[in-house]
Design a binder for this molecule. Sequence first.
Ligand SMILES: [Zn+2]
Length: 88
Amino acid sequence: MENVMYCQSCGMPLDAESYGSEKDGGKSMDYCRYCYVNGAFTSDQTMEEMIETCVPHCSNNNPWPDADTARAEMRKFFPSLKRWAAAK
Ligand SMILES: [Zn+2]
């Protein structure tokens, strides 16, 4: 069984097309290409700001039914991600 990897910044599932990139051009195995390019985060956001950025992309049943549910679930999920766990 292959474990699904999640971006350790925004929580989206990572597949072959969505990995970010390291400074040397290699693939980042931790972050997606929206969050992490050339070895650096694309935006300097707090966890709460990241959640707000993600809410419109994760509601309307994709996967959460609405913005309030999406926000509540991400507040539970995000503190376990590497980027935000380090900030605590
Ligand atoms: Zn990401």
